[in-house]
Design a protein around this ligand. Structure first.
Ligand code: HEL
Length: 388
């Protein structure tokens, strides 16, 4: 069993790995480890380091990860946060989380359902009259990507760099984004098939704003960021600035051999409630531990969030929540995120007792994404992970 060393980093090859002091909110003794956490294989620090090394070898300027469980925190980082200054990336650096934002949006809507202010099986058009072309599309369809609403980002980012440059400073209204989607027919009959679409979570943001009378930023802040004391988590739309210390993000061009594009500063207005949150590994670990641990929703609503539709052989989607089935038979719950310059994996064990966030500061490079997924295997399967 690993023992905690307070505030000291251990250097493993060129990868900084550390076991940190336990945050005040977490228990510090082995006795407090919940049964389910104890039942999980211990994380594999060498495997975690190898996953980050592989992500950097495949083209990421930097990669980092953090694992939290009662009494223990593991961090690891490799490479640089900034290609100009060569500052080393750390597991404390903030970053853009992309679609991990979707879980935050789903939590706000499910809290509204808990407060009887929203019915999941009601048509979206009940709350937003005339918004959608089909009255059969329900709130649940939207949160589970079963609405059939076309993903307008397929068109925006057909060419990755020019598509990004065309929108990086733009400010869209939610309705403009929905209108982009409605230029195309529904991809399936409402409720009949899973088809991932950012449009769904733009509609989720519109529902939040209509039902509460507040901006999505205010609702995230009041319902999630403040109660969980998330000190690194922000919704700054339409500002292009990441507050404090952060990793710069580098978009990989479609044409091999072209230089990486610094994509750090952007409005993320093309995503908003589908993808514009800024956070840190610490905060995402706290968020998913709290969510899976039952701190944010009633047991009934969390149960609805965890009713999964199969996506492929190893992944499934609930309501703003992904499930990934790992090689060792452990399933983890959270979300992935891709926004120009950043890949994020943020997942927790079923009871929230262990959570892991892994980030690379590049995107549009599937090999980096695949390598980073190895962090989940190391973090939850330990040395029992299937070797890739
Ligand atoms: S895509 C996903 C991921 N989600 C979806 C959302 C998010 N991110 C986006 O829609 C961004 C799309 C453009 C990203 C860009 C790049 O890699 O930087 N790619 C291109 O421009 C390609 N031409 C389903 C993967 C998720 O995991 O949920 O985040």
């Amino acid at each position: 069993m690993v023992s905690a060393t307070v505030g000291r980093g251990v250097l493993l090859g060129a990868v900084a790995l550390s076991l940190l002091a336990v945050p005040a909110r977490a228990a510090t003794t082995e006795a407090d480890t919940p049964a389910a956490a104890a039942a999980l294989p211990a994380p594999d620090p060498a495997g975690l380091a190898a996953a980050l090394r592989s992500a950097v070898d495949q083209g990421a300027p930097g990669a980092m990860a953090r694992i939290d469980e009662p009494g223990r925190t593991y961090t690891a980082a490799r490479g640089v946060a900034d290609r100009s200054t060569r500052r080393a990336l750390t597991a404390d650096d903030r970053f853009r989380v992309g679609s991990v934002t979707k879980t935050f949006s789903a939590v706000v809507l499910l809290q509204l359902a808990d407060e009887d202010r929203l019915a999941l099986d009601a048509p979206v058009n009940r709350y937003l009259p005339g918004l959608l072309p089909d009255d059969r599309i329900t709130v649940r369809d939207v949160l589970s990507h079963r609405s059939g609403l076309y993903d307008y980002t397929n068109d925006l980012f057909a060419d990755s760099v020019s598509g990004f440059e065309a929108v990086r400073n733009k400010v869209f209204t939610h309705r403009q984004l929905v209108d982009l989607s409605l230029r195309k027919p529904l991809t399936n009959e409402p409720g009949t098939a899973y088809s991932y679409s950012n449009t769904n979570f733009v509609v989720a943001g519109m529902l939040i704003e209509k039902l509460t009378g507040h901006s999505v930023g205010t609702e995230y802040e009041e319902r999630v960021f403040k109660p969980l004391k998330l000190r690194d988590t922000f919704y700054v739309h339409p500002s292009t600035v990441i507050p404090g210390r952060y990793a710069r993000g580098y978009l990989t061009p479609d044409q091999g051999g072209e230089p990486l594009v610094d994509a750090t500063d952007q409005t993320v207005s093309w995503a908003q409630s589908a993808g514009a949150i800024i956070s840190s590994a610490r905060d995402l670990d706290i968020f998913y531990r709290a969510l899976l641990g039952g701190e944010l929703l009633s047991a009934a609503r969390l149960g609805e969030m965890e009713r999964f539709t199969p996506v492929d052989g190893t992944t499934a989607y609930g309501l703003g929540l992904r499930r990934r089935d790992l090689s060792c038979g452990v399933s983890v719950y959270g979300h992935t995120g891709v926004v120009q310059g950043y890949y994020t994996y943020a997942f927790a064990s079923e009871d929230g007792s262990r959570s892991l966030t892994a980030v690379a500061n590049t995107s549009n490079n599937g090999r980096v994404s695949d390598a980073l997924a190895g962090a989940l295997e190391a973090g939850f399967c330990g040395q029992g992970a299937a070797k890739g």
